[in-house]
Ligand binder design. Structure first.
Ligand code: INI
Length: 179
């Protein structure tokens, strides 16, 4: 990952932009009242567990109530899009869905297929249903990299996925996207 002071969004830029347009949505992190579905992969489930722990921490810190969160475990990353679609179409009306898992190159000769189909499927589901579906699936070359991206800090992919879900659900619930 590359980032420097110049690639990172400066939060003070919002004030200037907001004064120059009619509608300006920058996606605050308040999840109060939101309903979130989480689809996890059992394959490399130790990594999924680390992601889920931080995802739940971040959702609850943002105000999402425990009873408004549903978790379901699929066999592996390949199945996550179908589970995400089931959440997105559920009558329980989830505001966003999060997929969590790990595809590790060393584990498989079909890494590209599993990782690529999972990413494509997740994007298909969110575009076809209009419900945000977050790609919180690690795709790494090694176990060490998967452990690194699921470690106990702010860079944990599960935490980042929770923040993305809340930001997207918030954006899509406001005008001009919803009344
Ligand atoms: N599933 C994963 O979530 N991660 C992997 O690294 C992986 N590997 O290595 O094969 C994996 N395979 C299982 C796959 O997701 C499906 O569950 C399986 O092919 C049955 O459809």
């Amino acid at each position: 990952m590359t980032s420097s002071d110049e690639t990172v969004l400066d939060p003070t830029a919002h004030g200037e932009f907001r004064s120059r347009v009619g509608v300006y949505l920058d996606g605050p992190h308040d999840g109060t009242g939101m309903r979130i579905g989480i689809a996890c992969g059992r394959f490399n489930g130790g990594i999924s567990t680390r992601l889920l722990t931080h995802c739940l921490d971040a959702l609850q810190e943002a105000g999402v109530a425990s009873e408004d969160i549903a978790v379901a475990w699929a066999p592996g990353a390949f199945e996550l899009p179908l589970l995400a679609r089931a959440f997105a179409l559920s009558p329980e009306r989830y505001d966003a869905v999060i997929t969590l898992g790990a595809v590790i190159r060393g584990d498989t000769g079909h890494y590209e297929v599993v990782a690529g189909e999972c990413a494509r499927g997740v994007q298909d589901v969110q575009l076809s249903t209009g419900v945000p579906v977050v790609f919180g699936v690690l795709t790494t070359n090694t176990v060490e990299q998967a452990l690194e991206r699921s470690r106990n800090d702010a860079t944990n992919k599960g935490r980042e996925s929770a923040e993305t879900a809340i930001a997207m659900a918030h954006l899509l619930s406001h005008a001009p996207f919803a009344s």
